[in-house]
Design a protein around this ligand. Structure first.
Ligand code: IMP
Ligand code: MG
Length: 179
């Protein structure tokens, strides 16, 4: 069995989410926001973030295919579940767990842009900038991290560990750290 090593503690994550919530509250003062959670990984972060935004907030969910069971991203996305709300003329913030190659998000942002929101921003809990293949404009970033495979706070390893309240690295049985 692999072990999970704490990389970013629950307290650090909580503090950072409060900061981002305050930043969004200030930036969008007087406006209504539509948070779009990218399932499944973005769900834990979106719930915590929504609670820290002191404005009218509505939420919706979208599911797109990315990694499957392994750890490598495919070159395209497939919409598995689309939004229930229309984004037209809304102030949309896409909430994602992590940006890795950027492929998923660049496709998703293009799609949402074509539906003509009043504004479109991207908020991610984690960013691995060294892994970027496709450029994506990130408006709010929780933490920039090195190129390790991470779990917790919504992020999974074969669907496990999403419920960990911290961000951790995966240490395999031979003591190597999963990348
Ligand atoms: P991208 O299209 O390569 O940017 O892939 C982004 C998606 O891959 C994220 O939304 C995650 O679901 C998944 N992913 C990327 N890196 C990790 C990781 O370190 N741990 C868990 N999932 C990851
Ligand atoms: Mg994801």
């Amino acid at each position: 069995m692999e072990k999970i090593r704490v990389m970013i503690s629950e307290e650090e994550v909580d503090k950072r989410i409060r900061e981002i919530g305050a930043e969004i509250t200030e930036k969008y003062a007087g406006k209504e926001i539509l948070l779009i959670c990218v399932l499944r990984g973005g769900s834990f972060f979106m719930c915590e973030l929504a609670k820290r935004i002191n404005l009218d907030v509505k939420i919706d969910f979208m599911s797109v295919s990315s990694y499957g069971g392994g750890t490598e991203s495919s070159g395209h996305i497939k919409i598995i579940k689309d939004l229930e709300e229309s984004v037209e003329n809304r102030n949309v913030i896409v909430v994602e767990d992590i940006i890795d190659s950027g492929r998923t998000l660049s496709h998703l942002l293009e799609l949402l842009k074509s539906r003509q929101p009043a504004s479109l921003a991207l908020c991610t809990l984690l960013d691995k900038p060294d892994r970027r293949v496709v450029e994506v404009p990130v408006d709010y970033t929780g933490f920039k991290i090195e190129d390790y495979f991470v779990v917790g706070y919504g992020l999974d390893y074969d669907q496990k560990y999403r419920n960990l309240p911290f961000i951790g690295k995966v240490e395999l049985e031979d003591n190597s750290i999963l990348k």
